[in-house]
Ligand binder design. Structure first.
Ligand SMILES: [Zn+2]
Length: 244
């Protein structure tokens, strides 16, 4: 936290808060105008029991989508608050690239709504890690901010030391699912000391193809985690949105 943080805090006191989705002034930090809020695509049942993808028809609480039946994920269950689209991508990019933090309590509330049972059953909340060189350059990991905010809200332990990224890989933007899978394979290592025997809830900003979540889950399983679930702020639903 350098002088920028201090300036941002001072700015909160001097300037009225702005909407998370526009330049409009709002009553409180983290607020969104009602019409834009209503345009956000919150993911609700019926969902695939495994990956959380919206299903066309309600086939029961245990129903999985075609891709999960054909090639089951390594993680147990994934849930996301929002479909990743033009509107929600503004929230994600402000958080990830802009380091904007006033939405965190709202995002954590949405994620808690989307993943209630996963959070209740978790022993430990862990963020998807950045490679340390990337963290040093960026100064923050948005997944860690989300994980910490969610853990505080749920009164659950969190650990940024559960997982680390042992290989730095190119950014995955624009890669296909198969390329992403190869790109992240072997990129993560988990701490046995921190995760052995625990039900771990992995937190990230976006679930795109699930390649990163699977690679993290594989590392956590190898370190003896009892289960791995995933919660993200947003989730790609349409293949054309695999650009993040
Ligand atoms: Zn699925």
């Amino acid at each position: 936290m350098g002088s920028r943080g201090a300036v941002a805090r001072l700015a909160d006191l001097v300037w009225p808060p702005h909407s998370l989705l526009s330049d409009a002034m709002v009553a409180a930090p983290g607020a969104i105008e009602p019409d834009l809020w209503a345009s956000l695509d919150f993911l609700t049942a019926p969902l695939c029991a495994r990956c959380g993808r919206p299903l066309e028809q309600d086939a029961g609480e245990e129903a999985a989508c075609g891709p999960c039946i054909a090639d089951p994920p390594v993680y147990g269950r994934a849930r996301a608050a929002l479909a990743y689209d033009d509107l929600s991508s503004r929230l994600v990019l402000d958080l990830k690239r802009g380091g904007r933090r006033d939405g965190l309590p709202v995002f954590a509330a949405w994620m808690a709504q989307a993943a209630g049972p996963l959070i209740a059953e978790a022993d430990l909340i862990a963020p998807a890690p950045l490679h340390w060189t990337r963290l040093a350059a960026r100064k923050f990991n948005q997944a860690a901010w989300l994980a910490l905010t969610l853990a505080r809200r749920a009164n659950k332990p969190w650990s940024p030391a559960a997982l680390r990224r042992v290989k730095r890989r190119p950014s995955q933007a624009g890669m296909s699912a198969a390329e992403r899978r190869r790109n992240v394979a072997g990129s993560f290592a988990a701490s046995k000391r921190v995760v052995a025997g625990k039900r771990v809830l992995l937190v990230d900003d976006v679930l795109t193809t699930g390649a990163t979540a699977d690679a993290c889950a594989r590392a956590l399983n190898k370190a003896g985690a009892a289960a791995v679930d995933v919660v993200t702020l947003a989730r790609v639903v349409r293949p054309q949105d695999v650009t993040v």
